[in-house]
Write a protein that binds this ligand. Structure first.
Ligand SMILES: NC(=O)c1ccc[n+]([C@@H]2O[C@H](COP(=O)([O-])OP(=O)(O)OC[C@H]3O[C@@H](n4cnc5c(N)ncnc54)[C@H](O)[C@@H]3O)[C@@H](O)[C@H]2O)c1
Length: 317
């Protein structure tokens, strides 16, 4: 019998939080999925269940070095990059390299395979924003030489390089500006507020709120994020699109909500605000609504309950 001709998709950062959910999604959609990761921040356990499948392959590879994938490729999702402050402050040069050299390598691969590529950008391209909510037309307020500059500028370069390939080589490119996302498999000890709060609450430790806690964030549940990314991939829109949940709240309120939902007896303690920590973060998702017919569907409470239930299994085992 002839082997079924599946569409082939390369997912970089496959062993990470978002990458592993994307691998699951495209396996469910009956694609041939090629995962690639150097495991610098990822966890192979996130994709271990896929290894037995004939339509899944994995390459342990650093995408900042030349990337070769034999055979056809129809789509590339470039998600490889350290993504949290603790990671990119520890490995600043690798962070800059994967956003610049890694992106260049993958754009070159997309060009040679005539594949469509979507790159994972971030709300951090807006830096510490002077306007709220942030629409795609806002150019941002980034300190290039501050500690967060290694991530923010790598992502800004990634967007510029992606647009250059689109304009120069007519490559089919997509840019997702991803806002804070949470859910099962996110890294708990990565310096981001929400996973840290969950981990502290489940361990019965005090929740550390930086500054006054009045700085805001907006959190999107992972299934909504994956849905938005897929809708953008299959759209015909090449300019950046915000994907996130505009449900904005202060970090202090988030800490209180997590204490309540976990039933923890933890208290809240305050520590000094890190350098260049954004004071507000809220996506304007008008573009995603109009162009992609996408908006988040999972409420914060439902998402938090699912996430807490997932992590409870680890803490109780
Ligand atoms: N999670 C979020 O809230 C969020 C928000 C904005 C943007 N993003 C972007 O989404 C992408 C994925 O983020 P995540 O939260 O899943 O992070 P993650 O750390 O869980 O996953 C990133 C993966 O990339 C891999 N990786 C890093 N450098 C690599 C390299 N040079 N070669 C091959 N693999 C490499 C890591 O090992 C890891 O598995 C990143 O590009 C990030 O900037 C995420």
């Amino acid at each position: 019998m002839q082997e079924k001709k599946r569409k082939r998709i390369l997912i970089t950062g496959a062993a990470g939080f978002l990458g592993s959910h994307l691998c699951d999604h495209f396996i469910q959609q009956d694609f041939h999925v090629i995962g690639m990761d150097n495991l610098i921040t990822g966890d192979i356990d996130h994709i271990a269940h896929l290894f037995k499948l004939p339509n899944f392959e994995f390459y342990h590879h650093d995408v900042s070095k030349f990337v070769h994938v034999p055979g056809d490729l129809h789509y590339i999702l470039h998600f490889a990059s350290p993504a949290s402050p603790i990671d990119y402050l520890k490995i600043p040069i690798q962070t800059l390299k994967v956003g610049s050299l890694g992106t260049h390598n993958l754009l070159g691969l997309a060009k040679s395979k005539k594949a469509r590529i979507l790159v994972a950008s971030t709300s951090e391209v807006y830096g510490d924003p002077l306007v709220s909510p942030q629409s795609e037309e806002y150019w941002g307020n980034v300190n290039p030489v501050g500690p967060r500059g290694v991530y923010d500028e790598a992502k800004r370069f990634q967007e510029a390089m992606t647009m250059a390939y689109h304009n120069t080589h007519q490559l089919e490119t997509r840019i997702a500006r991803i806002f804070n996302t949470f859910g099962p498999r996110m890294r708990l000890h990565d310096g981001r507020a929400l996973p840290t709060f969950i981990s502290q609450a489940l361990k019965g430790k005090d929740l550390t709120v930086f500054g006054t806690g009045l700085q805001t964030r907006s959190f999107c549940y992972v299934t909504d994020q994956i849905d938005g990314i897929c809708k953008l991939l299959f759209s015909d829109y090449a300019l950046p699109v915000n994907i996130g949940n505009p449900d904005e709240m202060t970090l202090l309120d988030m800490a209180k909500e997590i204490i309540e939902l976990t039933g923890s007896s933890s208290k809240i303690v305050f520590e000094e605000l890190p350098v260049d920590d954004p004071k507000q973060r809220r996506p304007d998702i008008s573009k995603a609504k109009t162009l992609l017919n996408w908006s988040p569907r999972v409420s914060r409470k439902e998402g938090l309950e699912k996430t807490i239930a997932y992590y409870k299994t680890f803490f109780n085992s």
